[in-house]
Design a protein around this ligand. Structure first.
Ligand code: 5RP
Length: 220
């Protein structure tokens, strides 16, 4: 199977995790797009969605799925999204699509985070994928220096502006043995909006697309 076929398979499997009649949280990226397309086929069975990016919002709206502002909602039963890397504890690196901040906000409101990935994303230790950090533009160099002091090699994702009007630094060379600690440490740097470690709030369920079918892994 191709990587896209694996992504499509996990996206289809995630539809079974969508509760009827509710508003659900929807992530960003190519895997999430397959999920949105599936959601379009069952749009009459859900109340609507909260999107984690302008891109996902546009795709959801084009399929006739009502969009809700997160400020109107106290809690979501489920949030479905992809990841760039995920470990055995279901901690993740996200933000390859530059939507990490809104993804983390929507995930924070969800009771259950269902991560959908092809098998290439499952890793023993996070950090081979450069860690995205969303930064206030005027703080780019100051944050970069602080990330170097933490042992990383930040690279400015030139030309990319997030939905929030900020810039992204991709931090190479980190071997992340304490994802929760590093997530909190990077978020303490003045000028950082958020970073792409989803460890303090990891996924609850991983639907992993493999050549042998979709595997379901749950957090203990
Ligand atoms: C976007 C993300 C995506 O979930 C992540 O980049 C995975 O994308 P894809 O499903 O295209 O592989 O965090 O900010």
């Amino acid at each position: 199977m191709t990587q896209d076929e694996l992504k499509q398979a996990v996206a289809e499997a995630a539809l079974a995790h969508v509760p009827e009649g509710e508003i659900i949280g929807v992530g960003t990226g190519s895997t999430a797009n397959f999920f949105i397309d599936g959601l379009g086929r069952m749009r009459d069975r859900i109340k609507g969605a909260v999107a984690s990016s302008e891109g996902s919002a546009t795709r959801l709206a084009a399929l006739g799925i009502p969009l809700f502002d997160l400020n109107e909602i106290e809690s979501l039963s489920v949030y479905v999204d992809g990841a760039d890397e995920i470990d055995a504890q279901l901690c993740m690196i996200k933000g390859g699509g530059a939507a990490l901040t809104r993804e983390k906000i929507v995930a924070a409101v969800a009771q259950r985070f269902v991560c959908i990935c092809d098998a290439s994303k499952k890793v023993p230790v996070l950090g081979r994928f450069p860690l995205p950090v969303e930064v206030i533009p005027m703080a780019r160099m100051q944050v970069a220096r602080a990330l170097v002091a933490l042992g990383g090699r930040p690279v400015w994702r030139e030309g990319v502006v997030t939905d929030n009007g900020n810039v992204i630094l991709d931090v190479h060379g980190l071997s992340i043995t304490d994802p929760v600690g590093l997530e909190l440490q990077i978020n303490q740097i003045v000028g950082v909006v958020t970073n792409g470690l989803f460890a303090a709030r990891p996924a609850d369920v991983l639907l992993l697309g493999t050549a042998n079918g979709v595997q379901t892994l749950k957090r203990d």
